[in-house]
Design a protein around this ligand. Structure first.
Ligand SMILES: [Cu+2]
Length: 483
């Protein structure tokens, strides 16, 4: 006995095929699959230097893991995590209202500590990280998983073509319904054409702007990045940032805080669109009169306002530089006016500075060599450390240069900031600081634009502590002299 499909099932199959084809043309948000990458933020929270990692969400709504890496000397204690959405979503809580809390208990040993919080929507968020005294408000974007329309057309088209083929076969099997078989076969050809066109066009279609990186994130454009397609993307460059550094009247040896106020170079309005770059929203370098270096990551306390604490051990003029990246504005190195510390002149802040060669710092042997020290040509510095290294801020090593220094660091015409990248190809999720597998040699290539005396600081991380290697190098001019 033959199984005869009724005309109703054939019609249903044809309808499913049509729906699949129609759906293929509109963009969609896919809940359920992971989207985005881990987002890492170095934070100088009081006297704790922390790396806060917001892990990528497997599904939204769903749990998100927040890990905190501590370093040698980080006091034990507890931190509060509060999640605050920045955009409204249907009948969910209003923006600015916390949706979840958690506590991270930091142990006495440097390690990875964490907690899990729950998110109820994609889009822009703030993670409030509190230690009982101060609160860092870390902005981040949870991307929605969006399948591009061309890809959807390809997938939907092939599925619809399969359904039409089934229809055609069933109709043909019935024998008498040649007309229906013909219609289904026609549908199959049309669906295959749509799928093939989608598949062929998919790699050539320009992807939409990355929400939260190239455009300001809202819930609407996170869920549908194609919604902004009509907005011209020709000029996304935002103006440079001005920074005012405010320091209360401070005496050498006393703990103080720096308040950094960021304003737009065009409108003078507060700047609140910094992107995490090199593992932090802001990299602050402070150099004391005798050459002690701080490389800190101020916390964001309000829109356009960052804060950090430090203890200047000596009096005199302190130089400041800030590296940051603005959304749509690229990386900027800003050299705001420095600040003065009162009190008797006290040295002792800076550790002993040497030229090339071998030295021991905090029990670690370090050898620095350079292939040449001539202005305007490229110089490669090789640093060999007798310890396995961890990636700090995603890099094997950091190099900061100021010079030529004649009167003060603040007056030095050149400040450079170079990196020794992690080996291998850059990946979306590089190993975190718990992996001790790098070094022992890191190399930097840089160029000294003028001859003269340069101060350099090389920074690497080993055993959960950042090691700073200060150097002084005299760079010759290309025709042999010092000037
Ligand atoms: Cu930094």
């Amino acid at each position: 006995m033959r199984n005869r499909p009724c005309p109703r099932s054939l019609t249903a199959l044809a309808l499913i095929a049509a729906v699949l084809l129609l759906q293929a043309t509109s963009p969609a948000v896919a809940d359920g699959g992971p989207a985005g990458t881990d987002q890492s933020f170095a934070q100088s929270l009081g006297d704790r230097e922390l790396t806060v990692i917001v892990r990528r969400a497997e599904a939204i709504p769903g749990p998100v893991r927040v890990d905190v890496v501590t370093h040698r000397g980080t006091p034990a204690g507890s931190l509060t995590l509060t999640l605050v959405p920045q955009d409204a979503a249907g009948n969910l809580s209003a923006p600015g209202q916390a949706t979840d809390h958690a506590e991270v208990r930091l142990g006495p040993r440097p390690d990875l500590y964490g907690a899990t919080v729950r998110v109820d929507r994609p889009g822009p968020w703030e993670l409030e990280l509190g230690d009982g005294v101060r609160i860092a408000r870390i902005p981040f974007v949870l991307p929605a998983k969006v399948i591009p329309p061309a890809e959807r057309a390809a997938y939907g088209g092939f599925v619809a073509a399969g359904a039409c083929l089934l229809c055609a076969l069933l109709a043909a099997a019935r024998g008498r319904r040649a007309g229906l078989a013909l219609v289904a076969a026609g549908g199959m050809v049309a669906a295959t054409a749509v799928a093939t066109t989608g598949a062929l066009l998919s790699p050539t279609i320009r992807p939409p702007a990355v929400t939260g990186t190239e455009t300001d994130a809202t819930l609407a454009n996170t869920r549908d990045p194609y919604a902004d397609a009509a907005v011209p993307r020709g000029d996304v460059a935002r103006p440079p940032v001005n920074i005012r550094v405010q320091v209360p009247a401070v005496a050498a040896g006393r703990r103080t805080h720096l308040r950094l106020l960021l304003t737009d170079g065009s409108t003078g309005r507060p700047v609140d669109d910094l992107l995490p770059h090199h593992g932090a929203l802001m990299h602050l370098v402070v150099i004391s009169p005798t050459g002690r270096l701080w490389h800190l990551h101020p916390i964001r306390v309000a829109a356009g306002e960052y804060r950090v604490e430090l203890t200047p051990y000596e009096s005199g003029r302190f130089a400041v530089s800030v590296e940051l990246a603005r959304r749509g504005g690229g990386v900027q190195l800003i050299r705001p006016a420095g600040f003065s510390v009162a009190g008797p002149v006290r040295a002792g802040g800076a550790s002993k500075t040497l030229g090339l060669g071998t030295r021991s710092i905090e029990g670690t042997r370090i050898t620095v060599t350079a292939d040449r020290l001539v202005a305007t040509g490229s110089t490669t510095l090789a640093v060999t450390v007798d310890a396995a290294l961890q990636l700090w801020l995603g890099m094997q090593g950091h190099l900061i240069v100021a010079g030529p220094v004649s009167t003060s660091f603040e007056q030095a015409p050149v400040w450079l900031h170079g990196h020794a990248m992690a080996p291998g190809r850059p990946t979306a999720n590089p190993p975190d600081e718990t992996v001790t597998a790098f070094g022992p040699q890191v190399r930097f290539t840089t160029t000294f634009p003028y001859p003269g005396r340069y101060h350099l600081w090389i920074q690497v991380e080993r055993d959960y502590a950042v090691l700073t290697v200060p150097l002084v190098l005299d760079v010759r001019s290309a025709n042999g002299g010092q000037r």
